[in-house]
Ligand binder design. Structure first.
Ligand SMILES: Cc1cc2nc3c(=O)[nH]c(=O)nc-3n(C[C@H](O)[C@H](O)[C@H](O)COP(=O)(O)OP(=O)(O)OC[C@H]3O[C@@H](n4cnc5c(N)ncnc54)[C@H](O)[C@@H]3O)c2cc1C
Length: 458
């Protein structure tokens, strides 16, 4: 039996970074990863905004980056409209990124248990007091700790096995996820403007999502698509199938040599009602911290790891590992990013109801300008002067059906913002707060004309 201050489950971006921060603060940390450490690798689009990297307290070596980006190009379904949204970022080499982060955690003092698979939590007296671990020799050992951090990715191996009546264990439903498939390929032509990632809206290729082409060099790219999990569940849609049908046969992949092919599930939803429980916190995909509109989750995994670690360090200073003692993480997460995440979730649901025709007309009418798209993606909201409002009003008149949906989304984004700004300062207020959240979403979903299972279940 191992005894630690903190057990961190999963050595992906979130888990390794949290382990680094906690070990650096002098805590006795076990970082438990089911893969052998040289095999740790996450399937992603490999793109990250520069601000996430700049926020880190450790500086990544240049080898973890494959390319520098200057911005993103967003295309309408008929390709007649192209928005160029400026914003610096990087392409990551995910294998090197993972190895580097694990190395940093270990150098800071965390003990790395690779090839060790966590089976689930140990719960005693209503609190998490460790995890059961399947070791490489086939035996099972208990790893005990004052605090367990679930950083096991979208499967959330610990969180999903906590009692359902705990707020933190809210399940991830297909309607709140995107199913994605992507390939890293070499092509036989020179990619134009490799310093711009490309996002294509097209409800045939990627219904309820988008397809992307992220250059990795002049002749290599990460190309893939994500579609709405609700449609996979209800209509059997499959991203790999759409990839083969639409992208693998397209001019974009001319001379395609596959370097790596794989898929995954991306949580694209509002924040969990709570990220903490007694003796427990979740970070990264295990805590559904991904941006609901564009699906970027590497940066939020770093951010949540940072904020969770801060709250764990404080809990050790106070000797209080209870939900109440860890609550600060909820507050700081919402302030730093969760409020925006909630607003973007509202926006995402509206986007998922648009047809290709509506997307074409909406983008052609420039319902939102490039700057406004950037503002929504950075802040989750639009702050408009009277002049801006008038200008938008004129644009809206050209496409009334799309404008009506946009207006509806903006209204409920504001409602979500106000509600999340009044998130309770301690666990006692959570139940009534959650009731208000459900009412807002019920009203919004009904006005959008979509049915959401989580609302039926609550
Ligand atoms: C196809 C696709 C494209 C994407 N594109 C982008 C993009 O371009 N940019 C972006 O920012 N985000 C993107 N995302 C999202 C992003 O990849 C994730 O949000 C992010 O990597 C999550 O990091 P994490 O540390 O939370 O989890 P992960 O990186 O998934 O790490 C979890 C770790 O836990 C380990 N683990 C799991 N179960 C156990 C267990 N039982 N015991 C022990 N260890 C376990 C896993 O092996 C893994 O190493 C994409 C996702 C997908 C699927």
């Amino acid at each position: 039996m191992g005894n630690f201050d903190v057990v961190v489950v999963g050595a992906g971006t979130g888990g390794s970074y949290a382990s680094y921060l906690l070990a650096k603060a002098g805590l006795n940390v076990a970082l438990v990863e089911m893969k052998k450490r040289d095999k740790v690798f996450k399937t992603t689009g490999d793109a990250i905004g520069i601000h996430h990297i700049e926020r880190m307290v450790i500086k990544p070596p240049s080898q973890v980056f494959t390319i520098r980006y200057e911005g993103a190009e967003l295309y309408s379904p008929d390709l007649s409209v192209r928005y160029v949204v400026l914003g610096k970022g990087f392409g990551l080499d995910m294998a090197r990124w993972a190895q580097w982060l694990i190395g940093e955690a270990e150098s800071a003092g965390a003990q790395v248990f690779d090839g060790y698979k966590v089976q689930g939590p140990i719960i005693e007296n209503g609190k998490v007091s460790g995890v059961r671990v399947l070791k490489p020799d086939g035996t099972v050992e208990e790893f005990r700790a004052k605090v367990v951090i679930d950083a096991s990715g979208v499967g959330a191996v610990v969180r999903s096995r906590l009692p359902r009546e705990w707020w933190v264990s809210e399940p991830l439903l297909p309607e709140d996820a995107s199913n994605a498939y992507r390939e890293i390929i070499e092509v036989d032509y020179e990619i134009e403007r490799p310093e711009y990632i490309r996002i294509y809206l097209d409800t045939n290729i990627a219904p309820g999502g988008y397809w992307w082409l992220f250059p990795k060099s002049r002749n290599t790219m990460n190309i893939g698509l994500g579609l709405w999990g609700k449609l996979s569940e209800e209509q059997g849609l499959n991203p790999r199938h759409n990839y083969d049908k639409y992208l693998a046969t397209s001019q974009y992949v001319r001379g395609r040599k596959i370097i790596h092919a794989s898929g995954g599930i991306v949580p694209t939803r509002r924040p969990l009602p709570s990220l903490v429980a007694d003796g427990f916190l979740a970070v990264g995909d295990a805590a559904v911290t991904v941006n609901p509109v564009h699906g970027g989750g590497i940066g939020p995994a770093l951010l949540s790891a940072e904020l969770a670690s801060k709250s764990v360090i404080e809990a050790f200073e106070k000797g209080d590992y209870s939900m109440r003692g860890l609550w600060r993480y909820n507050i700081e997460y919402l302030r730093a990013y969760g409020i925006k995440q909630a607003m973007l979730d509202v926006f995402r649901l509206m986007l998922q109801t648009l047809t290709n025709d509506q997307l074409n007309r909406g983008l052609r009418a420039r319902l939102l300008t490039e700057d406004e798209v950037l503002e929504i993606s950075e802040k989750g909201s639009l702050e408009l002067s009277l002049v801006d409002k008038l200008k938008i009003g004129l644009r809206l008149m050209k496409v009334p059906d799309v404008a009506a949906k946009l207006r509806l989304a903006l209204r409920y984004m504001n409602e979500a913002k106000s509600l999340y700004e009044s998130y309770p300062t301690d666990p006692s207020g959570l139940s009534s707060w959650y009731g208000k959240l459900v009412s807002i979403y019920r009203e919004y979903a009904s006005r959008l004309g979509i049915s959401l299972k989580w609302l039926l279940n609550t």
